[in-house]
Structures are given as C-alpha cells and as structure tokens.
Design a protein around this ligand. Structure first.
Ligand SMILES: O=C(O)CCC(=O)C(=O)O
Length: 275
C-alpha cells in the first residue's frame, strides 16, 4: 500500500503539488527510456509532434506504468477510488535544443471538468535545475484561472505556447526528481520549466491526467481506460490495453484519439501548433 500520508496530502492541498514520490525502480525507469529510444529508432516519426500523446495506447511498457498500483494508490488518495486514465504525453528535452515550458495552468485549455483530476509526472531520467525540471508556484492552484497569452514560440513544448506573463521565477519551487520518482500536480497550479543545460536528455512520461469517473470532457472526445474502481458515468470512449507494441489496430486507434485530442487542444485557437 502506497497511499499518500497525511503530510503528503497536506502538501498537495496547500501547495498544489507533492513530490518526490518513489514509484519505479531505476531498472523500470530505464525500461521506459529504452522503449522510447527503440520506438524513435524503429519508427522515427512516431513520437514526434502530436505523436508524443497517447503513447500508452501503442506500447505495453507505457501501459504498465499507467496501471502501476503504487502510482494508483497515490492517485486514489487525491481523487478517490474510481479512476480513469485519460491521456499520456512525453515531455522530452534533448541537450543542445532550446525546449522550455512557459508558466501555465493545465486546466485552462484541457476541457476536463470538474477539477477532480491530477497529473502524474514520472521522471524517466533524473530531472533537476540543470536539465530543466518543472517549477511550481506554490499555492497558485487556490486562485482563479489566469489570462494566458498564446505565443506559439518554436521552442515552447506547449501546444499554443500559452503563457501567464509576469511570473517571478524566484517565487517558484523546483521539482527535483530522480529517475523513477514522480510528482503530482493540481489542474490549476501555475507551473513551467526552463532549458536543459546538461549533456543528457531530460524525459518526463506524464499521465495527463488521471481523472475521477465524474469528470467530463467539455471540448471534445477522450479515450480512456478504467484504472481502478467503477465508472457509472461513462462520459468517455473506453479503449483496450495494448498487448503488443505498435499493433496495426492500436496504431489506428491512437491516430483517431490524437486527431480528436488536437481538436480539444486547439479549440478556439487562431492556428494549430506543432503538437
Ligand atoms: O515537462 C515539463 O517540463 C512540463 C510538463 C507540464 O507542463 C505538465 O506535465 O503539465
């Protein structure tokens, strides 16, 4: 049993995030990195652009992480026992690239309501201040959603380059994780991340997000798996777990899921970005 303890729950409620939480062994984290690098080598475009999303639908390795009981225990501590997996994203920052994530709130454009959901950021590699770890503005989840400027900058890893202006980095807290650890963050917390100045990749496998079964998608259609409990709401399309890597059927399903996800991500936007 790896439910969050009372001080972890307090930290999530007060600060809007909790970290670090040990969930994978170093070997398990390495297995995820190897899977990413195998996919990149064998199917070079598969994880590019929109393809960084819904990877758990094409690979049993990512799927296994999403259904990991240690992760689910922690999630249950926050959103209750009826849990759906509604999406995954790879946030990869390669050395010598200029990738960054502007300060933003996930709830702004994602269409998931009510906010009974939580994002799990799993460190596939170490994530620290030198390689561009996430930074959180503690307590910001308690305020309203803020105005975001849509900048579409080339190196911004967010869909629209959505940016909350005038955030003071010195007031943010770094989320330092070892490979195999995770952080959990609230839909409304303001967060972002800077450049990778190291010589290795910084990789986050992000379950974006675990949602309570009572959470609807108000902008479009999502493809979900039941992770725990039961779903009496049936708001979303339910999809099977993959049993082999890149099967034709699962690739087609993922393509459909990503096309629909793009409609959600860019609802009302002036243009479509890279992701
Ligand atoms: O990986 C990053 O640096 C940012 C990821 C992020 O914004 C998120 O998981 O909500």
């Amino acid at each position: 049993m790896t439910f969050l303890n009372s001080s972890q729950i307090k930290s999530y409620n007060d600060e809007g995030y909790v970290a670090p939480i040990n969930v994978l062994s170093t070997d398990e984290a390495k297995e995820v990195r190897d899977e990413i690098e195998y996919l990149e080598k064998k199917w070079p475009n598969e994880l590019e652009g929109l393809g960084r999303n819904y990877v758990h639908l094409i690979s049993p390795v990512f799927d296994k992480i999403c259904h990991n009981s240690k992760i689910l225990d922690a999630i249950e501590s926050i959103i209750g026992k009826n849990i759906l997996i509604c999406g995954t994203t790879l946030f990869i920052k390669n050395p010598n690239e200029k990738g960054f994530v502007s300060f933003h709130q996930d709830a702004k454009y994602i269409g998931l309501e009510p906010y009974n959901w939580v994002t799990a950021w799993i460190a596939v590699t170490d994530s620290n201040e030198n390689n561009g770890c996430m930074r959180m503005m503690p307590g910001s989840h308690k305020k309203d959603l803020k105005h975001h400027t849509q900048k579409f900058d080339d190196n911004n890893l967010l869909t629209r380059g959505q940016t909350i202006e005038d955030i003071s980095i010195s007031e943010s807290e770094p989320v330092i994780l070892k490979a195999g650890q995770m952080s959990l963050h609230h839909p409304k917390i303001i967060h972002g991340s800077g450049l990778n100045k190291s010589k290795d990749r910084r990789i986050g496998f992000v379950i974006q997000s675990y949602i309570g079964t009572n959470v609807d998608q108000v902008l479009g259609k999502m493809y979900v798996q039941l992770a725990r409990g039961e779903d009496r709401f049936n708001y979303h399309e339910s999809v099977p777990r993959p049993i082999e890597l890149m099967s034709e059927k699962n690739c087609l399903l993922r393509k459909k899921a990503n096309d629909d996800l793009s409609k959600i991500f860019y609802a009302g936007a002036q243009r479509i970005g890279k992701y």
